[in-house]
Structures are given as structure tokens and as C-alpha cells.
Design a protein around this ligand. Structure first.
Ligand SMILES: Nc1ncnc2c1ncn2[C@@H]1O[C@H](COP(=O)(O)OP(=O)(O)OP(=O)(O)O)[C@@H](O)[C@H]1O
Ligand SMILES: [Mg+2]
Length: 298
């Protein structure tokens, strides 16, 4: 299909419009209000985030995309309470948050499991920290390990697992604390494409079955469209909201939809936003020729 035949990314089938109507009637879980983050650097102050405003509703799946350096990780770190904003507020269930807490679960790209603990004990850790007895923590942890399909590996150690399996444990561990929101910073970025697609499908299945709101950062446009209800597009220098897109691809999602007109229309819009035509590469990357004339391969 060529681009001119694509529908507008704003067009929604009735069932999709109906879903969004219902979603917006749900309570607001996360509200970001007029958020700014400035970092002092030797070259002067840089504004990593500017005037960020958005809300996510209960059980919504929001993806955040934007060019490298636009402030995605800074944003998620502020939401997690790991970094403080220069200005503005983060509200969870209407209450301001400035410290980390069990109401926000985090999954990063790097594998952050404790290598000396078994899978089960990794998931039990947060529960024991909350004061749960060992017996209760164990049975609770096993339910989450089961949910991510790793019961057989409960007694294994992280180094015995593949990258995808480790990230499933990280998801189980984050969910075991029963957070209100799951904050994920490129969690599948280091995985090969096949494993990545399996993980995306697995995550959607988990999200459908439990009461969790997800904020998911990615570089990958297909991943964002496949997962999200809405996509928050940031631009760089300074990191500002460019657009908040409602994904018109119906749910439940499946990999066949990657080539559907709605999917391609959304992707085209995201590409326009992220790589505007005529944009100069500001890094000034130049290739130096290191072969001899007449030595061409093309
Ligand atoms: N602690 C810090 N001190 C100074 N500058 C910082 C700090 N952390 C981030 N920055 C700057 O803030 C901007 C946003 O960085 P951030 O890591 O949030 O971007 P990102 O969108 O996550 O990038 P990527 O897609 O490459 O992960 C960048 O210009 C970065 O250099
Ligand atoms: Mg980042």
C-alpha cells in the first residue's frame, strides 16, 4: 500500500472511538503538571524537559517516544521519584509524589535482578521488605512468577536465564508490589526482534489481566503502536510534548496488524514527527573516505 492511500491517523472505527470514550471516563492515575527539568553543565544550563503536561487514566497503556536525548529517561526518573523536577508536579491518584515508593514499579533496559538470589527470591524481595512473612511472600511471589510463565525456573539463578526471561522476572518483581503504575524505560531494547515481539505480546496479555496502568518508553515506532492506547511524542532541545496520539489500531492487538492501514497511518505520522523532512543532523556526522579511488564497492 502506498502512503497516499492510507487513512488519516486520526480516523477511528466506531469500536475504537468507543474504547477511547470509556478510557477517558476512567479515573486519572497519573497527572504530570507543568514539569520542567534543567541540568547545569559546563557549557551552561540545558533544559531537558519543558512544560510537560499529560494525564493517564486507570488501565491505560501509554508509550513515550522521541529522539535520543529528548528527556524520556529524565521524565521516567522524575515519575519514579529518583530525580526531582526543577519545576512542576507529579500526582499519583491526586497526591503529589517526590520520593520513590512501592506505588510505582520500575523496569529498566539493563537487567537489574540480584544475581545471588533465585528467581523466586528476587520476586519475594520487595514483599519481604514490606514486612510480609516468608511463607506469604513465597506464595505471593510464585503467583507472579507463574503469571510471567517462569514457574519451572523459580529455583534458577538469573545467569541461567535468557535476556527475555530475565526481563519477565523484572516485570514479575515490579508487579508483585502491586504498584498503581508500571514505569518501563526501553525494557526490551536489548532483545533480538523475535524475543522482543514475544515479550510485547506477553506484556499485553499481563496488562489485560491485571489492574495496572503502564507508561512505556521506547525508540521503536512499531513497538509503541503495537502496545499503546496513546503515544506521547516528545521533541528534543528542549524536551517538549509534540503530540499525544490516540492509536487507532483496534484491540486485541496481534502481529498481523503491523501492516494494517491504521497501523501504517500512525507510523507515517510518527515518522513525520520524529524525522521531519529536511532536518539537518545536528551532530554534523561526516564520513571520511579511507579507501583509494577506484576501490569502490558500489
Ligand atoms: N544528570 C545529568 N546531568 C546533565 N545532563 C543530563 C543529566 N541527565 C540527562 N541529561 C541531559 O538531558 C537530556 C535528556 O537526557 P535523557 O537521558 O533523559 O534522554 P533520553 O530521551 O532518555 O535519551 P535516549 O533515547 O538516548 O535514552 C540530554 O541532553 C542529556 O544529556
Ligand atoms: Mg533514555
Amino acid at each position: 500500500m502506498i502512503n497516499s492511500e492510507l487513512p488519516s491517523y486520526l480516523e477511528q472505527e466506531d469500536r475504537v472511538a468507543e474504547r477511547f470514550k470509556k478510557l477517558k471516563e476512567r479515573e486519572v492515575i497519573l497527572e504530570v503538571k507543568d514539569l520542567y527539568k534543567k541540568f547545569p553543565t559546563p557549557k551552561g544550563e540545558i533544559t531537558a524537559l519543558k512544560e510537560i503536561n499529560f494525564k493517564t487514566h486507570r488501565r491505560e497503556f501509554v508509550c513515550v517516544i522521541g529522539p535520543s536525548g529528548c528527556g524520556k529517561s529524565t521524565l521516567i526518573r522524575i515519575l519514579a521519584g529518583l530525580e526531582s523536577p526543577t519545576q512542576g508536579q507529579v500526582l499519583l491518584d491526586g497526591k503529589p509524589k517526590s520520593e520513590p515508593g512501592p506505588d510505582r514499579g520500575m523496569v529498566f533496559q539493563g537487567y537489574t535482578l540480584f544475581p545471588w538470589l533465585t528467581i523466586k527470591k528476587n520476586v519475594m524481595f520487595g514483599l519481604q521488605m514490606k514486612g510480609m512473612t516468608n511463607v506469604d511472600a513465597e506464595s505471593e511471589a510464585m503467583q507472579w512468577v507463574d503469571l510471567v510463565g517462569l514457574s519451572k525456573f523459580a529455583e534458577s539463578y538469573p545467569h541461567q536465564l535468557s535476556g527475555g526471561m530475565k526481563q519477565r522476572v523484572a516485570i514479575a518483581r515490579a508487579l508483585a508490589n502491586q504498584p498503581r503504575i508500571l514505569l518501563m524505560d526501553e525494557p526490551f531494547g536489548a532483545l533480538d526482534p523475535q524475543t522482543r515481539l514475544k515479550m510485547q505480546t506477553n506484556l499485553l496479555e499481563i496488562w489485560r489481566n491485571i489492574d495496572i496502568t503502564v507508561l512505556f518508553i521506547t525508540h521503536d515506532l512499531d513497538e509503541a503502536i503495537f502496545l499503546a492506547d496513546r503515544i506521547l511524542v516528545l521533541k528534543a532541545n528542549p524536551g517538549e510534548v509534540e503530540e499525544l496520539i490516540e492509536v487507532s489500531v483496534p484491540r486485541p492487538r496481534s502481529p498481523e496488524q503491523f501492516l494494517s492501514p491504521e497501523f501504517l497511518a500512525t507510523k507515517k505520522r510518527l515518522e513525520e514527527l520524529i524525522h521531519p523532512e529536511g532536518e539537518e543532523d545536528d551532530e554534523g556526522f561526516q564520513l571520511i573516505r579511507m579507501t583509494n579511488v577506484g576501490d569502490d564497492v558500489e
